[in-house]
Structures are given as C-alpha cells and as structure tokens.
Design a protein around this ligand. Structure first.
Ligand SMILES: Cc1ncc(COP(=O)(O)O)c(C=O)c1O
Length: 481
C-alpha cells in the first residue's frame, strides 16, 4: 500500500507539469524560480519553527513579525495589517465578530462566501440579505445595487455593519466607493471580503482596492492572487470604526496557537515581491491578457468576459486577470471545457459551471502559459458539442422568511422528509443551486412552495444543488419543531 498517499499523489500531479490557471498565485513556485528566490524555496524546512528567542510572536508582535506587518500595511495602504495563517476564513470571522456583538443586525451580500454566512452562526447575528444581480446566461453573480443598500440602511437603523464581496470570484467589481459612502453616511461599518483581490493595487487597469474605496476592514487571500502559500492571508484595517483590542482577541480565537512560520514568511515574501516587482510583473501579465483577448476575439462561439460588461448588472469594473471562458454557443459545457483543457492540453483551470469555466491568472504566470491557453482554446473552438447547452430557468431571488436562528437550526434535532412535504418547514441545511452559487435557503429559513418547485426544476435540468445531505435533493433535513 502507498505509505504517504497525499504526498505521492501531489508529486504525481506535479510531474505532469500542468499549466496552472488556478490558485495559489505562485503557480507551483514558478514565480520564485523566475525571480531567482531559490534561497527561499530551498530553506522551507529550515524555517519551520516556533516561538523561540528572536522569532517573535504573531499574537503580540514586537520583532520581525511586527516589522513585516508594518511593511505590509505601508505597501497595501492600510493603517494596520494582521497576518493570517488560517486563511481569509479566519480574517472574515474575526473582523465580523470584532465589529458586532451577539444579537446585532448585519447586512450581508447574499453571494458571500460561506465564511461570511457562517459568521452569522458564530457571532449569533441577525442577518439581512442584499441580493446581487445575476447574469443568468453565464450563471454568475454580478454587482450589488448601492441604492438598495441605502434603502436597507434607512429602514434598519439598528444595523451594525455591511459585508460585501469585492471583487467576486469571477472578477466582478460593484461600485464599492458609493457603497462605502452610503454605509458611512449611516455611520455603519463597511467590511469587505477582498479574498480575490489582493493584487488590485498593482495596476490602474484593475478595479480600485477596497481600502481605496473606503472600507473599514478588508480581508485578502494573499495566497490566491499573489505568491503567498495556501492559507496565508491578510486583514487590513483603517479608521477607528473597528475596535482593535476586540479584533486582536478574535484573531487569537480563530487561529492556531502555533502559527506557521512558513506561511508568515511567505506573506513577507509576497509583500516584498508586490512592493519591488509587482507593478512590472502585472504590466506584463496584462499585456498577455490583452494579447489573448485579441487573438480569441474573432472566434465565433467563444466568449470571454471583458470590460464590455461594465455598466450592466451593477458592474462598476472588472478584474480582467480572471478569465471567464465560455464555449456554450458551441454546445460545450464548462465542465467539458475544463476536462478538455486538462486531459488534452495539460492546462488546469480553477472551476466551472455548466456555462463556462474560470481561469485565474496571476503575476506567477508567464507568456508561455498564455500561448498554450490560446492554442488550446483555438483548437477547442473548432469542435462542436453534441447538443446545445441547456439554459437553466432563472429564479427571481427573494429573502426567505426566517423560521429560527441559524444556530438553533444547526443544534436542533432534524429529520429527513421528502422535498414535496417541506412547504412551511424550517430548513436544517443549505440549498445552494450551482450556478450561480447564491444560497436559495440558509439553515433556519423556511422552505416555501416556490422553492420546492424551483428545486424540482433544477433537478430535472441536472443542475447541482449544494448543501443537502441527500445529493439528489429528494429529501431535505428539516428542523424537527
Ligand atoms: C469570496 C471568498 N471569501 C473568502 C474565502 C475564504 O478564503 P480562504 O480560503 O483564504 O480561507 C474564499 C475562498 O475561496 C472566497 O472565495
């Protein structure tokens, strides 16, 4: 039997030398090789240490960690920056719980990552959801309407904070500056999940950073779009709306008491690369992206999201380093495209839905990677799928009625009942159609006839519904009240 299955599997994949258009941003360490930081790569095991004299302490930094965090604050434009070793997830939990107390109302964009929604559970919060627009032909969440936020804040003066994802996984940037102005007009706290935007400050061809837009707290997955190691993220704070002492407590609560020095050093290296070489590398990356767009523009049936969507669906700007590629018009689904690229061209993308697939490009990619992607997409464009890709009927999302708190729904006894019998019952689990990945139901919310009808329709169309323990959605775990 294989004695180290994970390691063996990862090495096997590494030897396939796939082109990486997925996270992490260092692209299999390529950026460290191309910039000549062999010293860092070769010393990974040597720097795996703990809190001993001269290594400092993440939770009361006074030495090298303090210095590195200060430099990151300067480089990323915050007043105070905290290194995170448990991913953006830990930063999201910490900033939300520092900005609120149990029972507080909070406005959350419904297309938020589960770490934001799970904060409702952890912090015992009372959420009000703000729905983004959706592009139903691409199956992706788009921008948030600032005016709708204004109305929500006007009608809910007791709200404590607003949480927005900016940019989205697919690179969509809403009008965050306007959202910040509105949030602050009502004297509320703006928290931004910028997990997919750590690189935005590297070019003015990219959307403005969340800090530039005026956010009070911002979490970035440095590992996703910059060359830090997986799980290494940063939390940036500006202004005095967030209680820093409470935040320090929350950061300890949500992170390991043995923070990895390898991860912290990778954040330090990512900051250094960002500061010293980031803008040049980003310029080269953007040149490659423009070259790819030019080469592929005239291909019939191939769609790549670009700046032309600005102004529609509440989209203020788009992060073009994220390439949303669709061969839907050729009858090729997203998963088929992803599979063809992997098996026939040794190119690995980040994810797909039935309509298209997402390539995450970073300053770790080089020109050759783009040449290979261009050739592969040109070749695939000559093919035709067996049948047109079936469009999923769109749903007009509306906030479901809350039956009990998220926490109660999780802890309470649950029973599995047939979907048809769920009308009026409180869900004990998530129901998230993918695409577009926006929760239809969150634990604690009441399932109504419309939801049942829509889930059945999704099942018939073959759309995946994430969340239920019964993957076929024939039975739903409901709260046994
Ligand atoms: C929008 C968003 N926020 C937060 C997270 C959590 O980030 P991390 O994986 O760094 O914990 C993710 C992860 O994919 C994400 O997509």
């Amino acid at each position: 039997m294989n004695k180290s299955p994970i390691f063996q599997q990862l090495i096997k994949l590494y030897h396939q030398q796939m082109v990486s258009f997925h996270t992490p941003g260092h692209k299999n360490g390529n950026i460290y090789n191309s910039l000549g930081y062999h010293d860092f790569k070769n010393n990974i095991l040597n720097i795996d240490t703990t809190e001993i004299p001269f290594t400092d302490n993440l939770f009361s930094p006074m030495g090298c960690i303090k210095e590195a965090q200060h430099r990151a604050a300067e480089v990323f434009g915050s007043q105070e920056t905290f290194f995170l070793v448990n991913g953006s997830t830990s930063g999201v939990y910490s900033m939300i719980m520092a900005a609120t107390k149990p029972g507080d109302k909070i406005i959350i964009a419904r297309n938020s990552h589960k770490s934001v929604i799970n904060s409702v559970f952890l912090g015992d919060l009372d959420p009000i959801f703000l729905y983004p627009e959706t592009d139903d032909h691409q199956g992706i969440a788009m921008g948030i309407d600032a005016e709708s936020l204004d109305n929500l804040l006007f009608n809910n003066p007791d709200v404590k904070a607003v949480v927005i994802t900016y940019p989205t996984y697919h690179g969509i940037a809403c009008d965050l500056k306007k959202i910040a102005e509105i949030t602050h007009k009502y004297d509320k706290i703006l928290l931004v999940d910028e997990a997919h935007g750590a690189h935005l400050g590297l070019s003015n061809q990219l959307p403005a950073t969340a800090l530039e837009c005026g956010a009070d707290g911002v979490v970035q997955s440095t590992h996703k779009t910059l060359p830090a190691f997986t799980q290494s993220s940063m939390l940036h704070i500006q202004g005095d709306r967030i209680d820093r002492e409470k935040l320090r407590f929350m950061l300890q609560l949500h992170q390991s008491s043995s923070p990895s020095y390898i991860l912290m050093a990778s954040l330090d290296m990512a900051t250094m690369i960002y500061q010293t070489k980031g803008k040049d590398l980003m310029e080269k990356l953007l040149e490659s992206i423009h070259y790819l767009q030019e080469k592929l523009l005239s291909i019939e049936g191939l769609h790549i999201n670009d700046k032309s969507i600005i102004g529609n669906y509440q989209v203020k700007d788009i992060d073009i380093t994220k390439l949303w590629i669709s061969h839907k018009a050729k009858g090729i689904t997203g998963p088929q495209l992803e599979e063809k690229l992997r098996s026939q061209y040794s190119i690995q993308l980040e994810l797909s839905n039935i309509y298209g697939a997402l390539a995450i490009t970073t300053i770790g990619n080089n020109k050759r990677d783009f040449e290979r992607l261009i050739i592969a997409l040109q070749e695939i464009s000559k093919e035709k799928g067996k049948a047109p890709v079936k469009e999923i009927p769109p749903i007009s999302y509306k906030s479901p009625v809350q039956g009990c708190s998220f926490k109660k729904a999780i802890y309470h006894e649950k029973i599995l009942i047939p979907l048809d019998e769920c009308n009026g019952r409180i869900s004990g689990e998530y129901l998230i159609p993918y695409p577009p990945g926006i929760p239809l139901i969150i634990p604690g919310e009441i399932i109504d006839k419309e939801v049942i009808k829509y889930i059945k329709l999704l099942r018939e169309t073959g759309v995946e519904v994430l969340g239920p323990s019964d993957g076929n959605c024939q039975y739903i775990n409901i709260v046994n009240t």
